[in-house]
Design a protein around this ligand. Structure first.
Ligand code: ATP
Length: 221
């Protein structure tokens, strides 16, 4: 499922969200007032534009109101971040995610209608990108440069009522199942190979981000 994403501000936060979304096959428009930053992302993002997002005409001419998700990744200029978030909500963007510099900034962003407010850094950006792309990746935490921990909801009946050994996640996807969270809230930590995957289970897996994304695709078809 492809959705539209626009990112305003290409600092570390906006930049890492952009990379993660592009890696997951999403189309991403990036906007920054700094030309050097935009040039850096010219070959990464689907579209990269130099512009001041505080200018309503700029936002309108980019058709920003047609985007499903807009990420306001302006940090230092709190006034700009607030004004841009406000304009986006007034224009009817359904999902506006904004980065807050501090608690006061976060409170204002929430008050003016931001759908999600985050206090962020690079790892947070990666995590959010995964949560945005997949409804079934409930949690995504980078453990190291290589490995991540993800909680994935199993919605494909093909995986139900089969043991972990039959499903063979390690061989097929390079993933280790470290726990199963059952529909009733019970958690089976370090499950045996004979543990049966059931409907409403969430799997907690460790592997590379690519492996997690691959399983996510298969497990939810
Ligand atoms: P990070 O903490 O994510 O690394 P940063 O501290 O490097 O961010 P910020 O000042 O938070 O940088 O701004 C992030 C980006 O937003 C910068 O590249 C900046 O040029 C851009 N930016 C700031 N104001 C606007 C604006 N009004 N329109 C477009 N881009 C803007």
């Amino acid at each position: 499922m492809k959705q539209n994403y626009a990112i305003i501000g290409l600092g570390r936060f906006g930049g890492s969200i952009c990379r993660s979304l592009v890696e997951s096959g999403q189309e991403v428009l990036v906007i920054d007032s700094n030309e050097d930053r935009v040039n850096e992302y010219m070959n990464i993002a689907t579209h990269a534009v130099v512009g001041n997002a505080q200018d309503e005409m700029t936002l309108r001419s980019l058709g920003i109101r047609n985007f499903d998700h807009v990420i306001v990744a302006i940090g230092e200029d709190i006034q700009a971040s607030i004004l841009v978030t406000l304009m986006l909500k007034e224009m009817g963007v359904p999902n506006v995610l904004a980065k807050a510099q501090n608690e006061y900034h976060a409170r204002v962003l929430e008050k003016i209608g931001a759908d999600k407010v985050v206090h962020s850094e690079r790892d947070m950006g990666v995590r959010i990108a995964h949560n945005l792309v997949s409804k079934n990746i409930l949690e995504f935490i980078e453990l190291s440069d290589e490995f991540s921990l993800a909680e994935i909801r199993v919605t494909n009946a093909r995986f139900f009522n089969r043991t972990l050994i039959e499903l063979n996640f390690r061989q097929k996807y390079g993933l280790t199942v470290v726990a199963i969270r059952r529909g009733n809230g019970k958690v089976v930590v370090s499950p045996d190979a004979t543990e049966v995957v059931q409907e409403y289970d969430n799997l907690l897996v460790i592997g590379t981000a690519e492996d997690v994304d691959m399983l996510d695709e298969k497990i939810n078809k």
